[in-house]
Design a protein around this ligand. Structure first.
Ligand code: RET
Length: 240
């Protein structure tokens, strides 16, 4: 590559569009949270926070900060723009999303904590993988990230699922649905990473589009589905 694979005008346009979608998601989450009485705002307010953080992250990326050109040894991605701002967003939002889902399931606090810690390790090693200048070591860090991800998935489909069914059939069914969508959507991030940052098979612009679609699905759509489908049995009340 003679020129670094940087975002073009199209990439920035997509980032602004996703910023717009998240702004709408934030307004919707705000409305959904504050129409609830105070004690019922725990789950919706986590979703609101996720949308606020992502809106700010997309504003930064669209307006041209939060990216850096990375030099890798690989043939396809010798120089490429990596939007590290994503990982800062994910560092806060993925724990919040997991907190929503595991509280819904009624998972014991210690297991929520270990799931969230694994998730943080996943994001931090994923960021380091994206920034590492050597393609070989990049896949080493990717492997750490993937192992942490597998731990997260294991606790979601194992213990958390059985806990959700202990809270009743309605909660179990909703949990099954939401965790199923989560497993598929989150796994798709790994595929996009491998095709984008990992190998340079897709352009930086295509990567922006793919992550944009996944982010809108995994944050506002998924979060609003959780809150709007919540049966009374599944409420997580704030202390009185
Ligand atoms: C990376 C690359 C390294 C391997 C793994 C990854 C997983 C990322 C995930 C991201 C999820 C993001 C969400 C964001 C917003 O809602 C870092 C791509 C395992 C699972 C859900």
């Amino acid at each position: 590559l003679h020129h670094p694979e940087a975002l073009t005008h199209n990439g920035h346009l997509i980032l602004w569009i996703v910023f717009g979608l998240f702004s709408v998601g934030t307004v919707a989450s705000f409305a959904v949270t504050y129409r609830e009485p105070y004690r019922r705002r725990f789950l919706p307010s986590l979703g609101l926070l996720v949308n606020i953080i992502a809106t700010i992250a997309y504003f930064c990326m669209a307006s041209g900060i939060g990216g850096t050109i990375v030099h890798s040894g690989g043939p396809r991605s010798a120089k490429r723009e990596v939007l590290y701002a994503r990982y800062i967003d994910w560092l806060f939002t993925t724990p919040l999303l997991l907190t929503e889902l595991t509280f819904l399931a009624g998972l014991p606090a210690a297991e929520i904590a270990s799931t969230v810690v694994a998730d943080v390790i996943m994001i931090v090693t994923g960021l380091l993988a994206a920034l590492h200048p050597s393609l070989r070591y990049r896949w080493g860090l990717f492997t750490f990230s993937l192992l942490a991800f597998l731990f997260v998935l294991y606790s979601l489909v194992g213990n958390a699922r059985s806990n959700a069914f202990l809270r009743g059939n309605k909660v179990g069914t909703l949990y099954n649905y939401l965790s199923g969508v989560l497993v598929v959507a989150w796994s798709a991030y790994v595929v996009v990473w491998a095709l984008g940052e990992g190998t340079g098979i897709i352009s930086a612009d295509s990567e922006v589009l793919a992550y944009g679609i996944l982010d809108v699905l995994a944050k506002p759509v998924w979060g609003l589905a959780l809150v709007l489908a919540l049966p009374t049995e599944a409420e997580v009340l704030l202390p009185a």
